[in-house]
Design a protein around this ligand. Structure first.
Ligand SMILES: [Zn+2]
Length: 659
């Protein structure tokens, strides 16, 4: 599959925390060269679509899943609204699709062939499909088949699943991968309803980001309807040995049979989360809210596909300590899915608002200390990352003259600086006033796609001018358009982390581990803070002492693994290698495994191990993960000799993740 990052971006990738869209922030990238057609300021530079001429009102899919060929084949029918009465072409985005026929519905209702041209592929954007529509047909139909290497799909053999009986497939459309499995106007600026008729082998269950029926029978023939208008990046499909269990009347879990009980127990608070968010920001508008637990190869933490969030199994750790991921994906039902950024440059409107709402949900359900710990972890990581990011990408709203790779547009800045800005506004205006404002904002822009400037104009009228002299223009400008973090940003302290800090310092000074009654009460967050605050390298004896006491090596908790294994690698603690290799082979979530690969490729011996792991793991990785690891390995510049443990290696330290 195509590497997703430019060489310049790779440097940033190697240095920075690797997380990604949806829940996992992408690594910050150097600005890429702007695509040739990027011109107008408001234009989405990641799409060939021309929404000023024509927009899709509805999409009707009639497709067949072929697990042997690893393809989707069928038709996509668009109901179009022509806003430019002089337009003569419909331009769609595609990537690696084979188009066999394009037809338009004539006034009399019969379908007639239309002329079309599929341009050579652009590495970032894919192939522009230009359809001649001199009559501006109300409906156009494209017959197509996907490539087995479609960037937005992963096809898993039965061996790669939990149950090992049936194959599995799923999509990941954000940012611009929907075009690899459906030809469409692939820009969030356009929202449309959709229906789908999907056929598949009769023993798999098919689900979509639509009205999934908890009582659906497996028969190989499924129909879906998404009556609310959504942007293309929320198109989603999955199929496999999936069973359903309910959490509440409107919420439940789809998962492989071997996973379902653990998942339902871990995510039992989902209904409570929906209720808390409704109290804050108004009714949940999407009817059902279900979770789909994907195989460990899912490249992200979660994806907020409407009505059916796609979730990594790596947050199922048995103690609900990582369920803020569910709060995050659920929050997108307001911030993102309801009010949507008009292009990836305004990504903070989705991810910053969502990270803020996520934290409010966590605070309501689990208390302020937990939400404070999560803010501290996120902001420590943001501070570390932002220092090495190019200034142009440190602003919340990326300026029009800075072009970004779509997959890199959502960095930790969008998530964590965005949430920080909203927390700043909350503190200045007071929680009650700010909650009222935010609820009004979600109502006002419901089912629309907007820019940063539209948000700011709305905020001026409904917040800033209502409570004059509460914030200055200069402060707003600095938060939104300037690099770095403003010096007056609100600070969050965690009482629990104070205890962790004392324990860590005492151990580093005296080799005396903290008493069991203290560490027995620590949650994942305290352990993450403990590990993150350690020096970049320790002695093998120190790591052995920690490992003996806390059994970090072999941990089932990916958040701990992604911090412990890089520390082990940097410190020459080779006792962890076997478990490290097992973890990195089994899990394909980029955020969790890229810090491990990044630590490995710093030395010749580590690079050899990284290559060996990748060789074994590759068939099970998602194309997005494969691209990231492949680029990292290809561009590695390992130190000629293995770094001894006593060498200070601060510059080789893999930083903390963004969330
Ligand atoms: Zn998100």
């Amino acid at each position: 599959m195509r590497p997703l990052r430019s060489a310049a971006g790779l440097l940033a990738l190697a240095v920075l925390a690797l997380t990604a869209c949806n829940r996992d922030a992408a690594p910050a990238a150097e600005p890429a060269a702007p695509p040739a057609q990027a011109a107008a300021v408001d234009r989405d530079e990641h799409s060939y679509a021309e929404p000023d001429k024509v927009v899709t009102e509805d999409l009707a899919l009639d497709i067949a899943l072929d697990f042997d060929a690893k393809t989707i084949a069928g038709t996509a029918t668009y109901t179009l609204q022509w806003t430019d009465q002089a337009a003569t072409q419909l331009v769609l985005d595609t990537r690696d699709l084979t188009i066999s026929k394009v037809e338009g519905e004539a006034a009399g209702g019969q379908w007639q062939p239309l002329q079309y041209a599929l341009a050579d592929a652009d590495a970032t954007l894919g192939s522009k499909l230009t359809i001649e529509t001199p009559e501006r047909n109300a409906k156009v139909r494209v017959t197509y088949v996907t490539s087995p290497d479609a960037s937005g799909l992963q096809w898993l053999t039965p061996e790669m699943t939990e149950g090992k009986q049936l194959p599995f497939m799923f999509s990941q459309s954000q940012q611009i991968h929907a075009r690899s499995w459906v030809p469409l106007q692939d820009t969030p600026a356009i929202r449309y309803t959709y229906t789908a008729h999907v056929t598949a082998r009769p023993d798999v269950m098919v689900l979509m980001s639509a009205d999934n029926d908890p009582a659906a029978q497996r028969d190989g023939d499924y129909s879906f309807k998404m009556p609310q208008k959504i942007p293309s990046y929320l198109m989603a499909i999955a199929a496999g040995d999936l069973v359903f269990q309910e959490i509440s009347g409107r919420a439940g879990v789809w998962a492989e049979p071997a996973m379902i009980d653990r998942a339902v127990a871990e995510f039992a608070d989902t209904e409570k989360m929906i209720e808390v968010t409704e109290q804050l920001y108004g009714p949940y508008r999407w009817e059902r809210y279900d979770l789909l637990i994907l195989p460990p190869s899912f490249p992200y933490g979660g994806m907020e596909n409407p009505r059916l969030s796609f979730i990594t199994p790596t947050v199922i750790v048995g103690d609900k300590s990582l369920v803020s991921l569910i709060a995050h994906e659920l929050a997108h039902s307001w911030s993102g899915n309801l009010v949507t950024f008009s292009s990836a440059k305004h990504g903070w409107l989705n991810e910053g608002f969502t990270s803020y709402v996520e934290n409010r949900i966590v605070e309501s359900l689990y208390g302020k200390e937990v939400s404070d710990m999560e803010y501290v972890i996120a902001r420590n990581s943001l501070r570390e990352n932002i220092a090495s990011m190019p200034e142009g990408t440190q602003a919340l709203a990326v300026k029009p003259d800075v072009a970004l790779d779509a997959d890199d547009a959502l960095s930790a800045v969008s998530y964590d600086k965005g949430a920080w800005f909203l927390q700043f506004l909350e503190q200045r205006f007071g929680r009650e006033n700010f909650d009222t404002f935010l609820r009004g904002y979600f109502d006002h822009f419901a089912f629309q796609s907007i820019t940063t400037e539209q948000f700011l104009a709305y905020a001026k009228e409904n917040l800033f001018d209502k409570f004059p002299d509460t914030v200055t223009d200069a402060e707003i400008q600095e938060w939104v358009y300037a690099p770095g973090i403003p010096g007056y940003a609100p600070q969050v302290m965690s009482r629990n982390f104070g205890i962790v800090d004392s324990a860590r310092l005492a151990w580093l000074g005296s080799a005396q581990l903290p008493p069991r009654q203290i560490t027995d009460a620590w949650s994942t967050q305290e352990w993450l803070h403990f590990l993150e605050s350690l020096p970049p390298t320790l002695t093998v004896e120190q790591l052995a002492q920690l490992d003996e006491a806390y059994t970090f090596t072999g941990t089932d908790n990916g958040e701990i693994a992604m911090r412990w294994y890089p520390l082990a690698v940097r410190s020459g603690y080779t006792q962890a290698n076997e478990a490290l290799a097992e973890f990195t082979t089994r899990v394909g979530r980029r955020k969790l495994i890229m810090p491990i690969y990044t630590a490995l490729v710093q030395t010749e011996a580590g690079l050899a191990l990284a290559k060996q792991i990748f060789e074994t793991a590759r068939p099970g990785y998602h194309p997005i993960t494969t691209g990231s690891v492949e680029t990292l390995i290809n561009e590695a510049k390992p130190a000629p000799a293995p770094a001894p443990a006593e060498t200070p290696a601060a510059d080789a330290a893999a930083p903390a993740p963004a969330n």
